[in-house]
Design a protein around this ligand. Structure first.
Ligand SMILES: Nc1ncnc2c1ncn2[C@@H]1O[C@H](COP(=O)(O)OP(=O)(O)OP(=O)(O)O)[C@@H](O)[C@H]1O
Ligand SMILES: [Mg+2]
Length: 231
């Protein structure tokens, strides 16, 4: 059986991932402040909407009005898609996300049923994982969340704020449990900052072992697989 792939929203990245994320997988997009996590997540959602796969975006950090305004810069009209029932923006706090788990879905599940959402984003999971004190409960909560995403027949992108990613090691429970991890960088070299993207892991997928150049353009994130970035 061939694995069904879901586009990441970045064509050149899909080509590095045998076509994209595995359907129903959960993928972490990690990076420091301003590395492009939110733009990546939104681009994934917009790509879905354009392909008839509605999306749901859950965030603790960004205010809806501001986020909608920022995304218009890329030509992504979230308000319009929301009116059309193809997109849902949920301002949720970590406690509310935790409640989704204890209730086994709750309101998010009913929204997914109603809108037939196929792509889900949580931006970011950093504050959510802080709710859990030890690695074991964190791991259990992560697994419960991933099971729900799979049960909903959705493919997920979770963002995570990660400042200390220089050594590229997987440390947190969440990172062990996700199907894929993409790292975003914005690193200073000789006084100039460069953006780059690295696929750290992708279960069931052959991945390149190089960190590639990334750009944020007026139409969103673009990567150049031929351009390897050396830090
Ligand atoms: N319209 C645009 N055109 C080009 N670059 C942009 C545009 N809008 C934002 N950017 C760049 O993208 C960066 C922010 O990207 P984004 O909000 O996705 O980062 P983030 O990783 O989510 O940050 P945070 O950790 O603060 O949530 C900005 O700092 C800016 O450099
Ligand atoms: Mg962000």
């Amino acid at each position: 059986m061939t694995i069904k792939r879901i586009s990441t929203g970045i064509p050149a990245l899909d080509s590095l991932l045998s076509g994209g994320f595995k359907k129903n997988s959960v993928n972490l997009v990690a990076g420091g402040a301003g590395t492009g996590k939110t733009i990546f997540a939104m681009q994934f959602i917009i790509d879905g909407i354009k392909k008839g796969e509605p999306g749901i975006y859950i965030t603790f950090e960004e205010k809806k009005e501001k986020a909608c305004e920022d995304m218009l810069e890329f030509g992504w009209d979230l308000k319009k898609y929301e009116e059309q029932g193809k997109f849902t923006y949920l301002e949720y706090n970590p406690e509310q996300v935790k409640k989704i788990l204890t209730e086994g879905g709750g309101i998010v599940e009913s929204i997914i049923e109603k809108t037939k959402a196929k792509r889900i984003v949580i931006d970011s999971v950093t504050s959510f994982s802080l709710l859990y004190e030890d690695e074991l409960t964190k791991k259990e909560a992560s697994l419960a969340l991933f099971e729900l995403i799979d049960k909903w027949d959705c493919t997920g992108v979770l963002t995570s704020q990660d400042e200390s990613k220089d050594d590229n090691t997987i440390t947190s429970a969440m990172e062990f449990e996700v199907d894929g991890i993409i790292l975003l960088y914005h690193v200073k070299k000789k006084g100039i900052r460069e953006r780059a993207l690295e696929i750290l892991k992708m279960r069931g997928t052959k991945i390149p072992e190089k960190t590639i150049s990334m750009e944020i353009t007026s139409s969103g994130i673009k990567v150049d697989p031929k351009k390897v970035v050396e830090f």
